[in-house]
Design a protein around this ligand. Structure first.
Ligand code: FAD
Length: 352
């Protein structure tokens, strides 16, 4: 039987940030990750806004290139250029570096360890194929879109975009990320995010939607790649493929008794853009700090402060984005007319 103050489930950006902050605040932290290799496989387009670098300590190894902004391509080939300084990451390095920071701060990190179930006293883990109980005062669920911890407090994501992505060579280096709208990409979009001599090229569409399309996501991605190839941007030789789920239903209830949810597990991902790394890191830090304080002061009710604090930062925008997504999906057949109201780089997005 293991014991700790705070059990953090999942060593993605949310979990490692929560574990780092809690350990720095003096708590005894156990961070568990079901994968054997943290950060792999990468299931992400790997863009972060530059401002996030002020919140984390990572080396140049995690950063592949800078980008100046975003080009949004509309259906009539109109292109809007927006200045959005950012960085392209190597998530396989980034996630490992964040976990190492948590370990350096004093957190114990177990890989190849999956949480299975929980009752009020303890959590059952499968560590290296063996069942082990852990007794903790607090559990922070940072276990991604289909969170096991979320099921313990009946707080689970129900709406998803599914994304499929190739890594593919660029013809010339690019210093803007690019997003493409198309009637076929229901509830989502296509993207080309440059990574030095390669790019992450992907398509995301609403998962399990009843939208009538005969084309699978794989077919849509292949067609998108052909278009970009014709435009002279990429060479059509993918070197790897990845896919993943993005929760887009908006934030969930994130605190119940001694359990907190953070990042994708909490539905903190932006329902329109699908971006979630910043929220995962920032909300993870808040969860870690408040949990450590609750342990120190022996006041579990302090955990409610977590929900208040993160909603104070992200709540209004996530709520706006949730409503925009509903409007976008309901009016998809008029996409060319409504897109500016529904995409974050247009002023019209912020009018109502
Ligand atoms: C195709 C795609 C492209 C994206 N592109 C971007 C982008 O460019 N920029 C951006 O900001 N966001 C992007 N996102 C979203 C971003 O990847 C997530 O918001 C972010 O990873 C959330 O971090 P997290 O720590 O909450 O969850 P995750 O990164 O999903 O980490 C959760 C961790 O928990 C582990 N885990 C799961 N269950 C258990 C369990 N039972 N026990 C132990 N461990 C467990 C998992 O193995 C995983 O390591 C993209 C997502 C997808 C799918």
């Amino acid at each position: 039987m293991l014991t700790c103050d705070i059990l953090v489930v999942g060593a993605g950006p949310a979990g490692s940030s929560a574990a780092l902050e809690a350990a720095n605040s003096g708590a005894n932290v156990l961070l568990i990750e079901k994968k054997k290799n943290i950060g792999v496989p990468v299931q992400c387009a790997e863009y972060i806004p530059k401002l996030l670098l002020n919140k984390i300590k990572i080396s140049r190894k995690s950063l592949v290139q800078d980008v100046y902004g975003l080009k949004t391509y509309l259906l009539n080939d109109e292109c809007r250029e927006s200045r959005l300084p950012g960085c392209m990451l190597d998530r396989s390095v980034f996630d490992k570096e964040l976990a190492l920071c948590a370990e350096d701060a004093g957190a114990t990190v177990y890989i190849n360890t999956t949480c299975i179930s929980n009752n009020k006293e303890k959590t059952l883990l499968n560590k290296d194929g063996r069942k082990t109980d852990v007794v903790s005062k607090i559990v922070i669920g940072c276990d991604g879109p289909k969170s096991t911890v979320g099921t313990w407090i009946n707080s689970v994501n129900e709406e998803f975009v599914v994304g499929m992505q190739y890594s593919i060579p660029l013809v010339d280096p690019l210093d803007f990320t690019e997003v493409y709208f198309d009637y076929d990409f229901f509830g989502g979009y296509g993207w080309l995010f440059p990574k030095d001599t390669y790019a992450n090229v992907g398509v995301g569409i609403k998962y399990a939607s009843n939208f009538k399309t005969n084309k699978s996501l794989g077919v849509l991605l292949k067609q998108f790649v052909k278009t970009l190839e014709k435009d002279g941007k990429i060479k059509n030789k993918p070197t790897s493929t990845t896919s993943g789920l993005i929760p887009v239903g908006g934030p969930l209830q994130t605190v119940k008794e001694n359990i907190l949810l953070v990042g994708d597990a909490a539905g903190q991902t932006h329902p329109i853009t699908g971006s979630g790394i910043s929220q995962a890191v920032i909300c993870g830090k808040i969860a870690g700090r408040i949990s450590a304080s609750a342990v120190r002061k022996e006041k579990i009710e302090l955990l409610d402060e977590y929900e208040k604090e993160w909603r104070g930062i992200f709540g209004d925008e996530l709520e706006r984005a949730r409503k925009k997504r509903r409007f976008l999906e309901e009016n998809w057949n008029k996409l060319d007319m409504i897109i500016k109201k529904c995409w974050t780089t247009f002023q019209e997005y912020y009018y109502d």
